[in-house]
Design a protein around this ligand. Structure first.
Ligand SMILES: [Zn+2]
Length: 194
């Protein structure tokens, strides 16, 4: 379980800023972990803003919604740069579904952290073929803290780090409806992948 190293102490003008990444496959609880950290920051009286790419219209337009329906209000943005304009004087910036942003999100995260903000980014670290899914690998490299969360393999019950696409689509960005994917461990992923 991730424990905040500096919560409540990173007030301006002393605050240093930091970058945290929450990565993993589908069904691994990334959004739940993001919401958990943001709610704890709120308890510590930090000012929190949450963003997600507007491409993710699976549920509501104005909420980060995780699969267990634990919700938190968020602002959909078209471009990573928009986050710089909209984050204002907040202490903590949460960003969900980061894999749908382009690599501009890397410099956005750098700039926000240089302003002294705590930046928490959650997203898929591998695509449906099991390859690194930019921009997450770059963000993992520049982060102080990287947390990989795991799903459970729906075939054998081991820990799962891969998202198996059940349809034949080769589209890289295909939104994560539950019925389109299943979590797999490494062995079962490569056995079942077409
Ligand atoms: Zn398995």
């Amino acid at each position: 379980m991730f424990i905040e190293p500096s919560i409540g102490r990173n007030k301006s003008p002393e605050r240093k800023g930091q970058i945290e990444v929450i990565c993993g496959s589908m069904f691994s609880g990334k959004t739940e972990e993001l919401i958990r950290r943001l709610n704890r920051a709120k308890i510590a009286r930090q000012k929190v803003e949450i963003f997600k790419p507007s491409i993710d219209k699976r549920y509501s337009d104005s909420e980060v919604v995780s699969h267990n329906e634990n919700t938190i209000r968020s602002t959909p943005v078209d471009f990573a740069d928009d986050i710089l304009l909209l984050s204002g004087d907040c202490d903590v910036v949460g960003i969900d579904e980061v894999q749908f942003f382009d690599n501009e999100i890397v410099s956005v995260a750098q700039k926000l952290s240089r302003q002294g903000k705590r930046v928490i980014l959650a997203g898929l670290d591998m695509d449906f073929e099991g390859n690194p899914f930019e921009p997450m690998p770059s963000l993992m490299a520049i982060a102080e803290y990287v947390t990989k969360v795991h799903a459970i393999c729906m075939k054998c019950g081991d820990l799962a780090a891969f998202s198996l696409r059940l349809s034949d689509s080769k589209q890289k960005v295909m939104l994560g409806e539950k019925e389109a994917y299943e979590a797999r461990c490494r062995k079962c992923f490569f056995e079942d992948k077409n």
